[in-house]
Design a protein around this ligand. Structure first.
Ligand SMILES: [Zn+2]
Length: 296
């Protein structure tokens, strides 16, 4: 390794710069008992995107909460049915359509003649300027790499309407007409949460529900809270030849929806492997977004 330095609650170690000036870095994240787990290679620049608020665990240790932990906490008391829409975890599912398996072009946002993919948005006036800034920063972070552009809606028929409703949730993929993205102003205005919900908007599902997940994670249903089992159902996702990513911002943490604090997700090959504490998009999430939307 060429250098190692502290980053947030962990560290990164990077090799020498290659001819195109990119460095290969391995991310490390400290967990509660000071274990260190290697992450996946990623560029150093991915770490500069961490602009979310830091939230400490209440148990006394100083680890920061991951996006999936923040989501679980924010949605803990969420009514699972809101306005005719079912909420599964942080995913809204219309009763009239099977949006839970949004994998075909029908739920992708269309590519414009200039090669960009525009996602029109309306942000509720109820947000403070600070909260609005977090939301637009998260949009810009996704737009900074590739062809997806979030633009203020003018007359477009299909658009996302970001509102401070109860909890944090989004539909998966384009629904047609206005579609709600709920980002409760008390619980959901974190940079990583906004990125996570925007990736749902773009059609991405939770990583641990990928069609090929059985090769990578084992679900321990006997530890799952009653009524939460459907959060672990596999989805017929298009994986676009991308590797399974324990460190995706779309991967839930290993005790998600646990009824007894025991793990609900363990790595299939090595049960001691845990995903790092993810607070924002890393390179592979960007790559996958670009692969789905920007190639050809
Ligand atoms: Zn989600």
């Amino acid at each position: 390794m060429n250098f190692q330095e502290s980053v947030g609650g962990g560290a990164r170690a990077c090799g020498a710069a290659t001819s195109n000036q990119s460095r290969t870095c391995f991310l490390f994240q400290y967990h509660g008992s000071n274990e260190v787990h290697p992450g996946f290679p990623g560029p150093a620049r991915s770490l500069s995107l961490d602009r979310g608020r830091v939230v400490k665990r209440q148990s006394g240790d100083n680890n920061e909460l991951s996006v999936s932990e923040l989501l679980e906490r924010a949605n803990r008391n969420l009514n699972p049915v809101q306005g005719g829409v079912q909420i599964q975890g942080d995913i809204a599912v219309s009763n009239s359509s099977d949006t839970d398996s949004c994998v075909q072009d029908g739920c992708k946002w269309p590519k414009s003649s200039d090669g960009n993919v525009y996602v029109p948005y309306v942000i509720s006036n109820s947000y403070s300027s600070e909260h609005r800034g977090v939301i637009t920063s998260a949009m810009n972070s996704i737009s900074s790499s590739g062809c997806v552009r979030f633009i203020p809606r003018t007359t477009e028929t299909d658009y996302i309407h970001i509102q401070s409703l109860d909890g944090c949730y989004s539909f998966v993929g384009r629904q047609g007409n206005a579609q709600t993205v709920s980002l409760n102003s008390n619980d959901c205005i974190h940079f990583g949460i906004v990125q996570h919900e925007l990736l749902h908007v773009l059609g991405f599902h939770h990583e641990h529900r990928r069609s090929d997940r059985d090769q990578y994670v084992q679900v321990l249903l006997h530890n799952v809270l009653t009524g939460m089992e459907n959060n672990f159902n596999k989805v017929n996702t298009l994986n676009e030849a991308t590797p399974y990513d324990y460190n995706s911002i779309m991967h839930y943490h290993n005790r998600v929806f646990s009824k007894n604090t025991n793990p609900t997700l363990v790595a299939a090959s090595n049960p001691t492997v845990r995903s790092i504490v993810v607070r924002n998009l890393l390179l592979r999430d960007f790559n996958r977004t670009n692969l789905v939307y920007c190639s050809n």
